[in-house]
Design a protein around this ligand. Structure first.
Ligand SMILES: Nc1ncnc2c1ncn2[C@@H]1O[C@H](COP(=O)(O)OP(=O)(O)O)[C@@H](O)[C@H]1O
Ligand SMILES: [Mg+2]
Length: 414
């Protein structure tokens, strides 16, 4: 392994654990990011200055670097850049998800049409081309309805339309957040929101963990659809887990993913599994590096790295083992200018905190929560039960006080 080199696409805070892990595995690391000051670069001995959203720039920089320091594998985490990863792997002749699969992962319209054609269970929906067209869709499907840009991510431009919404305005905002200017409308599927993450190994989708997602802020941040963490393992029956595994296998086959990471958003309504979206990469929220190893006994990020650099991956290393329940929650400071943050460092006194991150501090402006990039950091906790882990995560969040000066000039703790 010492002679192998991994290219990690993206060098932001959420990618840092992957850089650390790669070094720990004895690999050399090349990092890419458009920001020369990206924190992950501290762990890389070669850096490529290229946007993770720019496959061509990344490929050019990777090819130039490859000539001097050959790269053995390409990967990313917590960054929706499957096309950049696939393009780099292809250009360097390395293992990875095909460009075709990556493009389906990155475009909600292509993916929705493909899944529907293959008979997978997806929400009732279609592309809508105007506010009138959206009205017609709503008239047929009933509210609530979700609109989303076909090529964005991180909940940007995803709106939940209810009786109280101005549907035409939300249509326009959603379309404005789409590079290709297209909007997908879907019936909002009621049920438990679930995140699934794992590795496809020789065509078999081995899902390391199905976790529950916390959507308690659906009303608070309406019309935005903002997730406030979740819990692992999710609370499912064996039959429900079986149905979700089957759905993930079908999705991997439809997308043509033979080997590589897979991550999905699902909704479970009784025994019925609806596929919201599937992508061909490791997800965010420190799942593959932290919570999945604790909750499922699978070092998913390590296995994904092994696979990316062409080292053998053993199936048994991807099968869940008994673990400890984990919960994660995010900080949502009030909009304004942060004057101070208290209680954060003190969280370390709790033995049940396994990870904490703060992405905003004094002097930073907090903007309104419109998508997942606007969160202020997170805490991850363990407990004897899911309920205990979750109660601890709630407690930890409440112990951190952001003192913000509101734009209107009023101060106050929030
Ligand atoms: N049809 C739907 N029914 C219920 N919830 C949905 C639906 N579409 C999206 N959502 C919710 O909105 C979130 C963001 O939408 P998603 O399609 O996953 O886009 P993104 O790429 O921004 O994550 C989903 O994770 C899910 O919680
Ligand atoms: Mg999603």
């Amino acid at each position: 392994m010492r002679s192998k080199r991994l290219l990690i696409v993206g060098a932001g805070q959420e990618q840092v654990p992957l850089y650390r892990l790669a070094l720990d595995m004895g690999l050399s690391v090349t990092g890419s990011d458009q920001n020369p000051g990206a924190p992950g670069f501290a762990f890389a001995d070669r850096v490529l200055i290229a946007s993770t959203r720019d496959p061509d720039a990344t490929v050019r920089a990777a090819l130039a670097s490859h000539g001097e320091r050959p790269i053995s594998g390409v990967i990313t985490i917590a960054n929706d850049a499957p096309v950049t990863v696939a393009a780099a792997a292809l250009a360097l002749g390395l293992p990875g998800v095909s460009l075709h699969s990556a493009r389906i992962a990155a475009n909600k319209r292509l993916q929705y049409d493909l899944f529907r054609e293959r008979g997978l269970n997806v929400p009732e929906g279609r592309e809508v081309e105007s506010p009138e067209d959206l009205d017609a869709f709503i008239g047929r499907s009933g509210l609530p309805v979700i609109v989303k840009p076909t090529d964005n991510r991180g909940a940007r431009g995803v709106f939940r339309i209810t009786r109280r919404s101005d549907a035409a305005a939300l249509f326009a905002r959603s379309r404005a957040m789409c590079d290709e200017g297209r909007v997908l409308a879907q019936k909002f599927v009621e049920g438990d929101q679930v995140s699934a993450e794992g590795l496809v190994l020789d065509g078999e989708a081995l899902i390391a963990m199905f976790s529950g997602r916390n959507y308690e802020y659906l009303d608070r941040y309406a019309p935005h659809v903002i997730e406030n963490g979740g819990w692992l393992p999710g609370r499912f029956s064996a039959g429900q887990a079986q149905a979700m595994r089957a759905a993930m296998q079908s999705a991997a086959e439809a997308m043509g993913i033979e080997n590589g990471p897979i991550k999905a958003d699902l909704v479970l309504s009784g025994g019925q599994v609806t596929i919201l979206e599937v992508t061909a990469r490791l997800g965010g929220g420190y799942a593959a590096t932290d919570s999945i190893p604790i909750a499922a006994g699978i070092d998913l990020a390590r296995q994904a790295i092994l696979q990316a650099v062409g080292e053998p991956v053993r199936r048994e290393d991807l099968l869940p083992k008994p673990g400890q329940p984990v919960a994660i929650r995010f900080f949502f400071p009030e909009p304004g200018l942060i004057e101070s943050v208290s209680g954060y460092e003190e969280l370390s006194r709790h033995p049940w905190i396994v990870l904490k991150r703060l992405s905003l501090g004094p002097g930073d402006a907090v903007q309104a929560v419109t998508d997942h990039t606007r969160r202020g950091g997170c805490v991850m906790t363990v407990g004897a039960t899911i309920d205990e882990a979750d109660a601890r995560a709630r407690q930890a969040v409440s112990e951190v006080i952001f003192n913000t000066r509101r734009p209107g000039g009023h101060d106050g703790p929030v």
